[in-house]
Design a protein around this ligand. Structure first.
Ligand SMILES: [Zn+2]
Length: 136
């Protein structure tokens, strides 16, 4: 149920109008919200997390786990919803994750930490996503 791609902003100025300042800073300028401040760090509510910029479904609450890292963490993403990009901005190799539909920054993905059997942690800014609680 995503809006038509033609409705997506085409320029950063258009995004700036659509998003709140903190949303714009994280989603469009690859910012990071301070740990433990996001609204979804400890959320257990069943549902689907959507991209706050474009509304695409990105993560399921079933894949959310408690990583104690201060950001919402998922050990899987909805297939095809997330794009992975090498990121060397902090002088160490990391993998940035972006919304595959609108190219907005979501966070980073880490592997080999042993948190869950899938051994993957999508570390996501709360301000990049919005939970649509499951019905009933
Ligand atoms: Zn998006």
């Amino acid at each position: 149920m995503s809006p038509d791609d033609n409705e997506l902003p085409r320029t950063e100025d258009e995004w700036r109008v659509r998003l709140a300042p903190e949303e714009f800073r994280v989603l469009r300028e690859a910012g990071t919200e301070p740990p433990w401040t996001g609204e979804y760090v400890d959320t257990r509510t069943p549902g689907v997390y959507h991209c706050r910029a474009c509304g695409a479904a990105l993560f399921r609450s079933d894949d959310k786990f408690d990583s104690h890292c201060g950001w919402p963490s998922f050990d899987d993403a909805i297939p095809g919803a997330v794009r992975e990009i090498p990121d060397h901005t902090l002088g160490m190799p990391r993998t940035e994750i972006r919304c595959a539909r609108c190219d907005s920054h979501l966070g980073h993905v880490f592997e080999g930490e042993g948190f869950t059997p899938k051994d993957t942690r999508h570390c996501v800014n709360s301000v990049s996503i919005r939970l649509a609680p499951a019905q009933g």
